[in-house]
Ligand binder design. Sequence first.
Ligand SMILES: NC(=O)c1ccc[n+]([C@@H]2O[C@H](COP(=O)([O-])OP(=O)(O)OC[C@H]3O[C@@H](n4cnc5c(N)ncnc54)[C@H](OP(=O)(O)O)[C@@H]3O)[C@@H](O)[C@H]2O)c1
Length: 262
Amino acid sequence: MTTALITGASAGIGAAFAHELASRGTNLILVARSQDKLQDLAKLLQTQHQIQADIIAQDLSVPNAAEMVFDTVQQRGHIVDLLINNAGVGDYGDFAESDRAFQLQIIQLNILALVDLTHRFLQPMRQRRSGSIINLASVAAFQSMPYFSIYSATKAFVLSFSEAIWAENRSYGVRVVAVCPGPVGRQFFQQAGFPKTLVDLSAIVETPAKVVVRDALNALAKGESIVIPGNPTNQVLATLPRFVPRDWVANFWQLILRVQKS
Ligand SMILES: NC(=O)c1ccc[n+]([C@@H]2O[C@H](COP(=O)([O-])OP(=O)(O)OC[C@H]3O[C@@H](n4cnc5c(N)ncnc54)[C@H](OP(=O)(O)O)[C@@H]3O)[C@@H](O)[C@H]2O)c1
């Protein structure tokens, strides 16, 4: 039986990964801050699918979080075959007026925790010459987005980093895929502080979390480096910026996101 560690497993896409992998007989290590939600999900999946589901309640936006998660996994004797770096947040608004500490926390969570966890779990995977890593980027990775600047920049990092280590690790039997969804449900945008008009706009091109998970696991199985799941609009959003001047892209998103600014 294989074991997957999923960050941000208490809700949204992370929880959808947990359901799908449990239904395929994969044991799980569920990581997020909400201990109660993780416990409930672990119990449910153990009962429904006769798998083992362990939980680690950890805030991944604190600097030594990855070390604590990795050490706990070692102490509990787990071997992680699949690492899913899914936890991530964003913050809508004008960067100059934003809460600086929160912007740094987003970078800590979206980039540093992801890199740190990847580095730690990659070593044993390479030694075993087997393992997989799924990193959640976004279609935001393909464009700089005024009023969502830190988020889109963190996702550009995740995409670039993931593609590079996909190439580095192929010959070691370790697969890496960057998953680049467009909008997936309203919760993410509401939590990021988007005004209702933009949350409603995002819902028009929404992709269900189940589809994101299915496409991500299929891409991983095929050894692909990147997948843009679901709604065809996402393909356009990911491809078009390559063919127009970069300032046009920033101007376009400024128009979309600023017009709605509350
Ligand atoms: N939803 C979208 O439209 C969309 C589109 C493109 C990409 N993505 C990316 O997909 C990933 C998942 O998004 P989602 O929509 O499923 O988000 P979500 O529904 O808001 O869930 C976020 C998950 O991350 C966990 N989390 C948040 N802050 C954390 C922290 N400091 N430490 C540990 N865990 C933390 C949350 O659990 P706790 O609150 O319990 O900690 C939750 O389980 C993110 O990386 C996001 O950027 C999402």
